[in-house]
Design a protein around this ligand. Structure first.
Ligand code: ADP
Ligand code: ZN
Length: 734
């Protein structure tokens, strides 16, 4: 009989909304093969389910069920990754099983979708002494011998219908056939730009050297690379990564959104792939199979560089030497639903856990990161100037109080566009609102049209002739008459990109106008098409949402116009100033990148707002100095830490009562943590649910932590129909 104390126990994360791990006995038959990081099948309640084996230990097996089956031959989670995921589950108060599920590519995390490993026949010469008879057989054999070996797909490209011939060659023992795993690689067919290896200027050299030293020392340190657009940050990333590869380590590069940064990906591939370095590009456009394949290749250590969006922070690299977060200020690093992690913050944690440097780069660092660099927990590296000595663009604020406007554009903007077109220069217009008009108004009775599910007006889309909710995607036909008074005078109010596009076409009939927003780029490849038309000079005026502010290098753009600045400035969020400054500075940086100079016009009713004037001066320091006191006064980040608790449910009264009770419970145990609310969320109804929020604010993390550890008592009292979301370090608080 085996000693019960020394039996092997597996602690398993299950994909259900509970925090704890579940313990199972590892049966004798699986003791030798069970490994941490494997998927397992387990009996769970009345069913069997899939789980992730996170801990193996010796212990008491009394009362424990046996795990039924191992689903992997080799672990799909590495010990390093498990450590990170457990840390994150704890920090973000999210159930560990669901954290693991979010980190894994689809198909690996659940039992429903199983992604197949693709295989194909691989042919190799077996016996070269036998000479085949037919000409077709000889040609085919010669081809395979020249290649060393060849897969069926490759053979088919050269020889139509080769199968009978191949079969014959295998039968007579000339070829052997085996199954090889086929890796789906969506990028293989793309053409790469020529690589320009650049000699670094002094500021760049200093940055690369600092990072290289940290890589060699095998220890964590965080860097903030602050450099205006065009100051050569990407080249710093490239050469830092090269240092990392030279040290025989792997690099992880995060970008806000892959589809918006094809140029960065192309530069990495051009630089490294010719040297035999393998790069995995992970992004939302990948099929489940492609993700699965990339994951396995990374696990096998066949990949040296991973480039990806937010979720790539979980790529199972085992020998990390450097993590780069490009455009670190971007809010898209924060996941907005489910497991609400922030990939930028997790990058710093991962760097600490895996002893590697982390490099955050931005032209407009987040206030949080810049504050850290002032405090010394991040080392700041600065690139002061644009590489090509180009002047920064000249930014002018147009005060709308001084101008009468007819449509959306004030006269100074119209004149500047006219001038740019005459000089055959391209123009970029930012209006961060898609659709034709944000709402329709009945001018007889003053009523507007609201989403039935959300507390928001429906946006009028003229092209598709419909009303659409930008939050829940509810669509409706455009009404002929007012629902309230039957009046026929329904007017679109305000302007979105569609309307602006039309206005420009009317004002400048000779110009080619294009639009880039979520509506025009929803089809695969459509974004790239607009980009290449722009680069080829086939577009004179490009209108777009914040999408146009990101990642592009359009050398032909000499004029940038910003519209709708007021709605960005007045967004109901304490970070609206930071976001405005960042967006306006970034989009301004799109002007005159090639030849220097360039002009930017920002029209607004708030032209004396410091976020605008600092953006106009491209003066980050000044913005930082003006924004900080306001944050300090209110105890907002970086001075205080926030957790947003959102309660929602179908019954408004029930949600409100539950929120009040919950807040009451919290007040009893708050300690030094401030409890704000409950109050209706700015979006008080979303997708049919009523929403209330309670904001927890604390100058010290430990106090907040302690409170979060005690939430369960309050959660138990919540009615089943009321859902609670815990958002740690919230970014979007609508
Ligand atoms: P950022 O990422 O800061 O916007 P990039 O790295 O894209 O800047 O550099 C801007 C431009 O300057 C690119 O065209 C790049 O090729 C060029 N560049 C960068 N570093 C150098 C250098 N040391 N010498 C010459 N050109 C450079
Ligand atoms: Zn809606």
């Amino acid at each position: 009989m085996s000693n019960i104390l020394s039996e092997l126990i597996a602690d398993i994360a299950v994909n259900i909304p509970l925090k704890q791990l579940f313990s199972y006995r590892v049966p004798e038959s699986l003791v030798d093969s069970a490994q941490v990081g494997m998927r397992v099948k387990i009996p769970f309640g009345h069913r069997t389910t899939i789980g992730f084996l996170l801990v193996l230990r010796r212990g008491q097996s009394q009362g424990l069920k046996d795990l039924s089956e191992l689903l992997d031959e080799k672990p799909i989670l590495t010990p390093e990754l498990i450590k990170l995921l457990r840390w994150a589950a704890d920090y973000y108060c999210y159930p560990i099983g669901q954290v693991v599920r979010t980190a894994l590519p689809a198909g690996l995390g659940s039992e429903k979708t199983t992604t197949k490993i693709l295989t194909e026949a691989l042919y190799k010469p077996l016996n070269q002494d036998i000479l085949p008879r037919g000409k077709k057989q000889q040609e085919l054999l010669l081809f395979i011998v020249q290649q060393g070996s060849a897969g069926l797909t490759q053979i088919r490209e050269q020889f139509p219908a080769p199968y009978a011939v191949l079969k014959r060659l295998v039968e007579v023992g000339i070829l052997e056939m085996s199954e090889q795993e086929l890796l789906r690689d969506p990028f293989v067919t793309e053409k790469l730009p020529e690589d320009k290896y650049l000699t670094l200027n002094n500021a760049q050299k200093e940055a690369v050297e600092a990072i290289a030293t940290a890589i060699k020392r095998d220890c964590f340190s965080g860097y903030l690379l602050h450099g205006v657009t065009g100051s050569g940050k990407t080249e710093v990333y490239l050469q830092a990564v090269e240092q990392c590869l030279t040290a025989d380590r792997q690099a992880l590069i995060l970008v806000p959104e892959i589809s918006l940064t094809p140029q960065l990906v192309a530069r990495f591939r051009a630089r490294f792939e010719s040297k035999g370095v393998r790069i995995a590009v992970l992004h939302s456009g990948l099929s489940a199979g492609e993700r699965y394949d990339a994951w396995r290749e990374i696990l096998r250590n066949n990949i040296q560089i991973v480039i990806g969006a937010r979720s790539a922070i979980f790529a199972p690299l085992q020998n990390l030497g450097l993590i780069v977060i490009d455009e670190e200020h971007e809010s898209s690093y924060k996941q907005g639903e489910g497991f609400r992690y922030n990939a930028r913050d997790l990058a710093l944690v991962r760097g600490q856990q895996q002893n590697c440097p982390v490099l955050l780069g931005s032209a407009t660092p987040s206030l949080a990161s810049y504050y850290r660099s002032e405090q010394g927990s991040l080392i700041r590296l600065t690139l002061e100037r644009r590489v090509h000595g180009g002047e920064l663009p000249q930014v002018e604020l147009v005060d709308l109080k001084d101008h009468v406007i007819d449509g959306t554009l004030s006269n100074p903007l119209i004149e500047a566009i006219q001038q740019a077109l005459e000089q055959r220069e391209q123009v970029l217009l930012l209006l961060n609102r898609r659709g034709f008009a944000p709402f329709l108004l009945c001018t007889d009775c003053g009523s507007s049209f609201h989403c039935p599910n959300c507390d928001i007006t429906l946006t009028y889309h003229q092209r598709s002739h419909e009303l659409r909710c930008h939050y829940c995607d509810y669509t409706d036909v455009v009404p002929e008459s007012c629902l309230k008074c039957q009046g026929l005078n329904i007017e679109p109010q305000g302007a979105g990109t569609e309307r602006l596009e039309l206005e420009l076409e009317e004002l400048f009939p000779a110009a080619t106008v294009a639009r880039m927003d979520r509506d025009t780029t929803s089809r695969k490849g459509s974004h790239g098409k607009i980009m290449s038309r722009m680069l080829a000079g086939k577009i004179d005026i490009l209108v777009g949402t914040q999408m146009i502010a990101k990642g592009h290098d359009f050398p032909g753009v000499a004029l940038v116009c910003v519209l709708g600045a007021d709605s960005i400035l007045n967004f109901p969020d304490f970070r609206s100033g930071e976001r405005s400054f960042s967006l306006f500075t970034q989009v301004s940086g799109r002007a005159g990148r090639a030849h220097g100079g360039g002009k930017v016009l920002i029209q607004s009713y708030n032209s004396d707002h410091y976020a605008l004037s600092c953006a106009a001066e491209q003066d980050y320091q000044n913005f930082y100095q003006q924004e900080l006191p306001f944050r300090e006064e209110l105890g907002y980040p970086p001075y205080g830490h926030l957790v947003n608790l959102v309660l929602s449910g179908n019954n408004p009264h029930q949600v409100k009562t539950a929120a009040q009770q919950f807040s009451h419970y919290l007040t009893g145990i708050a300690g030094s943590v401030e409890i704000l609310g409950p109050s209706p969320c700015p979006l008080s109804r979303l997708r049919g649910k009523s929403r209330y929020q309670i904001l927890l604010k604390s100058a010290a993390r430990p106090a907040l932590r302690q409170l979060l550890n005690c939430l369960d008592g309050g959660i138990k009292q919540l009615p089943r129909q009321v859902n609670l979301i815990i958002d740690v370090d919230p970014v979007d608080m609508l």
